[in-house]
Design a protein around this ligand. Structure first.
Ligand SMILES: NC(=O)c1ccc[n+]([C@@H]2O[C@H](COP(=O)([O-])OP(=O)(O)OC[C@H]3O[C@@H](n4cnc5c(N)ncnc54)[C@H](OP(=O)(O)O)[C@@H]3O)[C@@H](O)[C@H]2O)c1
Length: 317
């Protein structure tokens, strides 16, 4: 099968297009013919070998050499074969999901059935491959970690990228009071996704405008903002929840107003998202699609930042 392989950590140049053996599914896994995958921050961390989270990322990615040869977690595709213990899927089903062990930058991927679900019928594979990691992160943070409620005022910090575009739409499922912070050319997109108010961070600092929020969801991470920056913009019971694991791991033990989380991509979340997508309440914003051969270009594009939605890789092209 065709795959993008890496055997050493480094720049995008370590990503090579090669022929590989097709993987064989374990008892609880699906063998999926991958139609599309998408680029996530974890792919960049694994490729570069960056030492983050007190070294945990090296433990996961490998110390001297990469533990996995093929990157890519998100997938949308067709089930080609199922392991002996798989009960919910059969050959021919169209599924989407995310593999904790990477492997999606390839024509075939083995993935546990618990990390997949039937793909939304009203989405292309390219749109569906954008969903799993980014939308499950937003869902995990807003619904599962802090249980946002109708009437709460929610501010999405970074309403433009992968996590942020889904976060606006997921917050809107629970409350109509959603404000999105993004750069100038992303404001109208944030409004079209359901934000009632938008703030252009290049012109206004939301932490200085006197407004308060019940939830501030940091969808950017990378230490662009902290609880300290936001604490005067939180209501009395307000919570700062961030996708950035590193900055709060210790602080959150001491301060109940700070939350962070490690998102999981599981069938329950993917089923929930499919229902909302098929009801027309959530859509994918795809900024650019690259063919599998140009995965290095896709990484370069993702790394320049300031994206509107997701960068997707079409594996069939
Ligand atoms: N905790 C978890 O389980 C988990 C899971 C997945 C991802 N993550 C993290 O989630 C974060 C977002 O990932 P992603 O794939 O969505 O990234 P992304 O697509 O690159 O989106 C980041 C967005 O932030 C915006 N931005 C950049 N600087 C900003 C600033 N100063 N203020 C406001 N917005 C700013 C950018 O657009 P504009 O500047 O043009 O508006 C960009 O579109 C990453 O840090 C990733 O590591 C965490």
């Amino acid at each position: 099968m065709k795959a993008i392989v890496y055997e050493e950590f480094g720049s995008v140049d370590v990503l090579k297009f090669e022929e590989m053996e097709r993987p064989i599914p374990k008892d609880d896994e699906l063998l999926v013919k991958v139609h599309a995958t998408s680029v996530n921050a974890i792919d960049i961390v694994f490729r570069s070998g960056a030492k983050l989270l007190y070294g945990i990322t090296k433990l996961m990615a490998g110390f001297k050499k990469p533990k996995v040869k093929i990157l890519g977690v998100d997938v949308s595709g067709e089930v080609d074969a199922v392991g002996k213990k798989v009960t919910n899927f059969k050959k021919g089903d169209l599924i989407y999901g995310a593999s904790r062990n990477h492997g999606a930058y390839a024509e075939y991927l083995c993935i546990p059935e618990k990390n997949t679900a039937i793909k939304p019928a009203n989405m292309s594979h390219e749109e569906a491959a954008a969903v799993p990691s980014a939308a499950c992160t937003a869902l995990h943070g807003l619904r599962d970690k802090i249980s946002i409620q109708e009437g709460q005022k929610v501010l999405i910090y970074g309403g433009s990228g992968g996590v942020g575009t889904y976060a606006i739409q997921i917050a809107r499922l629970f409350t109509s009071e959603v404000t999105a912070v993004c750069s100038t050319d992303k404001l109208s997109n944030a409004q079209s996704l359901g934000a009632k108010a938008v703030i252009d961070y290049t012109k206004e600092n939301f932490t200085k405008n006197g407004q308060t929020y019940d939830v501030i969801f940091d969808a950017v991470g990378r230490k662009k903002i902290s609880y300290s920056d936001c604490k005067n913009s939180l209501s009395e019971k307000g919570i700062f929840v961030t996708v950035d694991l590193e900055s709060v791991v210790f602080k959150q033990i001491r301060n109940k107003k700070i939350k962070s989380f490690m998102a999981s991509v599981i069938t329950e979340k993917l089923d929930f998202l499919r229902e909302q997508i098929e009801a027309g309440k959530i859509k994918s914003v795809v900024e650019k699609v690259f063919p599998l051969r140009q995965t290095a270009e896709a990484h370069k594009y993702y790394e320049k930042g300031h994206l509107k939605g997701k960068v997707v890789i079409n594996v069939l092209e």
